[in-house]
Design a protein around this ligand. Structure first.
Ligand SMILES: [Fe+2]
Ligand SMILES: [Fe+2]
Length: 379
């Protein structure tokens, strides 16, 4: 990316932040340190990154506070459902530039499909699709790394022993997800992209918050809810057998994680907190939803392939208006929106904003606690 593009990109992100200040000044102020490190200092582009994550560790010497019975049930289901990454068919040969038979995603899901940017040479389009897959799967992997740390945090911070034990299984699950996605990316795709700046800001925001419910909301509901939608989309469309099996197993774990998030936050937001705090969380979740939606605008692909041919604004307009990309973003939110509703963060007050975002249609779908694995895989 050239310097002018980089400067434009930074100004656009600052413009997004200015819009957020107009909508939700309190949330914008909370997210400002994360935005500074992600958008201005671009810390996501470095190889490593650290922050002080404030939270409390809660010991309970009585072992009596079990919490919601669903926690213990999810815990038992989790350790019975453990699987080994070594059992996946890693010997499968994968061609990430195959768009005809055993493709990872069909070409119609390419961000430039049916646009003037498509090349007449199918090999060029296949190469570009290879990068699209590398970009998307890299973001899955980075999200999994964030989930690993967030899960570890929940073990320490939750007040309920049922939840602490359940959380221990989620740490194991997330470790395994980092293992399988990084192995797939390194050995089969050979395209590791840096963390997208919007995802970086969301991860930073939830880790730097001292409030346990923000960490749960950010990770277990928002990021994991969106990931479930994305994994389901890949699972549905892929003809690549190794990735299909990998995703089936990961989805079976993620379904428990999102279920846990819904159970843990539902009572808290609907019964325990003040209306003022509930509203604040409703606003926070909305702003995070906007950022996560922007994660799928594929600027990284534009910068690599089309920097000289189309402006960032032109690219954004093209992606936002593309029928297929619109569908892609909507499907991603199909798992997130019902969960927000289930925990009491999708009231009439905020509904018009989600309507504007084009994702309200999913509000009547089943939330994670009511979905079977078969339903998740059939989506
Ligand atoms: Fe995961
Ligand atoms: Fe997870």
């Amino acid at each position: 990316m050239n310097l002018a593009d980089e400067a434009i990109g930074t100004f656009e992100r600052l413009g997004d932040l200015a819009e957020m200040i107009g909508r939700n000044p309190k949330v914008a102020l909370e997210l400002a340190p994360s935005a500074l490190r992600g958008y201005i200092l671009k810390e996501g582009e470095k190889n490593t990154f650290s922050l002080n994550s404030p939270h409390k560790t809660l010991y309970d010497w009585t072992y009596a506070n079990e919490g919601n019975p669903a926690f213990r049930e999810l815990y038992h289901r989790a350790y019975k459902g453990q699987w080994s990454a070594q059992d996946l068919p890693w010997e499968t040969s994968v061609d990430p530039e195959d768009l005809k038979e055993r493709y990872i995603l069909p070409e119609k899901l390419s961000p430039i499909y049916n646009t003037p940017l498509m090349s007449k040479d199918p090999k060029d389009n296949a190469r570009l699709m290879h990068d699209v897959l590398g970009f998307l799967l890299s973001q899955f992997l980075h999200g999994e790394q964030g989930a690993l740390y967030a899960a570890a945090f929940t073990v320490e911070a939750t007040p309920w022993f049922g939840a602490k034990l359940y959380g221990a299984t989620q740490v194991m699950d997330e470790g395994r997800h980092v293992e399988v996605f990084s192995k797939y990316i390194r050995e089969k795709l050979q395209r590791l992209y840096p963390v997208n700046d919007n995802l970086f800001v969301v991860l930073h925001a939830l880790h730097q918050s001292p409030d346990w419910d923000i960490k749960f909301l950010g990770m277990q509901i928002m990021i994991e809810g969106l990931a479930l939608g994305a994994f389901g989309l890949f699972y549905k469309f892929t003809k690549e057998p190794l990735l299909k099996e990998l995703l089936r197993l990961v989805i079976s774990d993620e379904a428990r994680h999102v279920h846990y998030g819904v159970e843990a936050l539902r009572d808290y937001y609907t019964k325990e907190v003040s209306e003022t705090l509930r509203r604040e969380r409703e606003d926070w979740a909305y702003e995070i939803a906007v950022m996560l939606r922007n994660r799928f605008l594929f600027y990284e692909i534009r910068d690599k392939y089309f920097a000289g041919r189309i402006s960032r604004k032109g690219w954004e307009k093209m992606i936002l208006e593309s029928e297929i990309m619109r569908e892609f973003r909507r499907v991603l939110f199909s798992r997130l929106i019902p969960n927000l509703k289930a925990i009491g963060l999708l009231t009439d007050r905020i509904r018009p904003k989600y309507e504007q975002l084009g994702v309200i249609e999913f509000e009547h779908m089943k939330s994670a606690d009511r979905l079977s694995l078969a339903e998740l895989l059939a989506a």
